[in-house]
Design a protein around this ligand. Sequence first.
Ligand SMILES: C[S@@+](CC[C@H](N)C(=O)[O-])C[C@H]1O[C@@H](n2cnc3c(N)ncnc32)[C@H](O)[C@@H]1O
Length: 239
Amino acid sequence: MTKKEIPNDYYTMYEDRYQRIYKHGLKKWTRCVLDKELDVFVETADLKKDMLGIDIGCGEGFNSIYLSGKGMSMTGVDYSTTGLEKAREFSAKENRTVDFVQDDALILSKFCNNTFDFGVSTGCLHMLVKQSDRDKLFQQIKRVLKPNGIFFFLNRGDGVNEEYPDIENYLETREWRLVEGPKHIPVDILKLPHLPTWVKNWEHHLKEIDDNGFKVIHRFESINEAYSNSMCVIIKNKF
Ligand SMILES: C[S@@+](CC[C@H](N)C(=O)[O-])C[C@H]1O[C@@H](n2cnc3c(N)ncnc32)[C@H](O)[C@@H]1O
């Protein structure tokens, strides 16, 4: 593979990252502290206990675990075996019952139509660097949500500046400052392959939402320890 080519299944590369991190003896890569953003979603969407939710690209499961603590019945989906192993470990430690399932978010082959009352996805859409893949994710969300279902996205971006996928340097190893705990205490430096991300501004993000048949219920920006500047959006089926 030359440097400029991105394989079709480029998004499976996260598995490699999780493996390297945990092999290195670290407990966690980043503690995902998105509780306040999720709280806005819970309130705006008026989520109730026992509602069925899906967390797409759940990684180590922090969002699923948090929402399950609020009484929702959560299913976390990710491609990465190691991410899911950690998610199961963390949820067991917190006595949360979450169903963690391995699947490709672009296909969601293990889920029936009209299943979930709501869904969340943080830090996954910005990893998809082909518009066709981003559209596939939107279409799967539409398919597995109930017709009146509601969905929360959080992705990197300050709403103004765009970051195009750095395909030239795809998989080049770079130094990452690894952190642990809610205060992001630096614990080590580890070399990890760089994965490109596609950060859109509000105009382009809203366009893809509209193009895929969703309407925006609420949007806001946040700065958080997990992703720094982030764009948050709550969406529903247009029709
Ligand atoms: C930046 S991490 C975010 C993890 C978690 N949502 C959080 O915020 O802590 C992105 C996650 O998306 C997952 N992912 C990316 N593309 C995927 C796909 N097509 N199918 C399933 N998971 C995918 C990766 O494996 C990774 O765990």
